[in-house]
Design a protein around this ligand. Structure first.
Ligand code: ASP
Length: 326
């Protein structure tokens, strides 16, 4: 199908109420304005209420999603599948690329060109930074990144932002701290970039080896956001509204001795949570491998299970929006 000159992809009949998401690729959170974010969070609210009331709708009946994962995933892949199915659409799941023609040496552009013959939208997770942008260039249907290496994870960023909003009722005015592997954690990169659009204060908690990339810090400073860095959770836990904890990304380490040296740097325990505000949100993109003690799970401030549920509503909203049905 043709790609229009303004970059919008033609994905079917023009919708009656076009959103700026219609026919677009979702490859980096840098493409969003505050208006876009308010819109997509509003649609996610509608999706939540549909699921709670009737479980599913036929909004995307007749549409097909290709879910193409070159890296492991539990939440992102299954929530995209659930999202498409709850919207009445169908899914081509490709989760073990070793069983596809990728193992015969097929290039990403050729795999994408193949899938666009069968699907209306492609979700792609890939180990290389920028892979979804490359895929989007070759694809006349919308491509949604499900994470590209240590780059970004835009749909996780959106669901994290939505979780902050649903947990605390606002985003402006908040102090958000991010803890753990800020260097390799793509979810951190996307969420930090989204928060630069809001009146937020940001603290980054990491050992030297895992500090936030300079480039992202500069983007935040250029947007006028106050940024602080420390390597101790104890320095900030008493005065944050959001504590966003991440796993050390073992798969990104060439030298596993370095991973061993930092893997157990942080653990959020009930004792630490006792120092935190009564009203705050403890978040984690998951999986956790020791950064949050299981005894914290019953704390009402532990938002990570609600956070992953929110992922399905945000992904329903995105699928409907890029296909012009939101
Ligand atoms: N699931 C998230 C991601 O794919 C976080 C993680 O793996 O640590 O980036």
């Amino acid at each position: 199908m043709p790609i229009r000159e303004d970059g919008q992809k033609v994905v079917g009949l023009a919708p009656s109420r076009q959103s700026s998401f219609y026919g677009r690729d979702i490859v980096s959170v840098r493409q969003f304005s505050r208006e876009d974010l308010a819109y997509i969070m509003g649609v996610a609210d509608e999706m939540r209420s549909i699921v709670k009331r009737v479980g599913a709708t036929d909004l995307l009946k007749g549409y097909v999603l290709a879910n193409l994962f070159y890296e492991p995933s539990t939440r992102t892949s299954s929530s995209f599948i659930a999202a498409m199915q709850r919207l009445g659409g169908a899914v081509i799941p490709i989760h073990g690329v070793q069983y596809s023609s990728v193992s015969k040496g097929e290039s990403l552009p050729d795999t994408i060109r193949t899938l666009e013959c069968y699907a209306d939208v492609i979700v792609l997770r890939h180990p290389e930074v920028g892979a979804s942008e490359v895929a989007a260039r070759y694809c006349s249907k919308p491509v949604i990144s499900a994470g590209d290496g240590i780059g970004e994870h835009p749909t996780q960023g959106l669901l994290d932002l939505y979780t902050i909003y649903t947990e605390l009722g606002t985003i402006d005015g908040l102090h958000v701290a991010m803890v753990g592997d800020l260097r390799n954690g793509r979810t951190v990169h996307s969420l930090a970039r989204l928060l630069r659009l809001y009146d937020t204060r940001l603290s980054f908690v990491a050992p030297d080896l895992l500090r936030l990339p300079e480039e992202i810090k500069e983007e935040l400073l250029a947007a006028g956001r106050p940024v602080a860095e420390t390597d101790r959770v104890e320095d900030i836990i008493a005065n944050v509204d959001v504590l966003y904890v991440t796993r050390v990304q073992k798969e990104r380490f060439a030298d596993l001795r370095l991973y061993e040296a930092v893997k157990d740097y942080y653990e959020i325990t009930p004792e630490l949570m006792a120092q935190a505000r009564e009203k705050m949100a403890l978040m984690h993109p998951l999986p956790r491998v020791g950064e949050i003690h299981y005894d914290v799970d019953d704390d009402p401030r532990a938002a990570y299970f609600r956070q992953m549920e929110n992922g399905m509503y945000i992904r329903m909203a995105l699928l409907a929006a890029v296909l012009g049905k939101a």
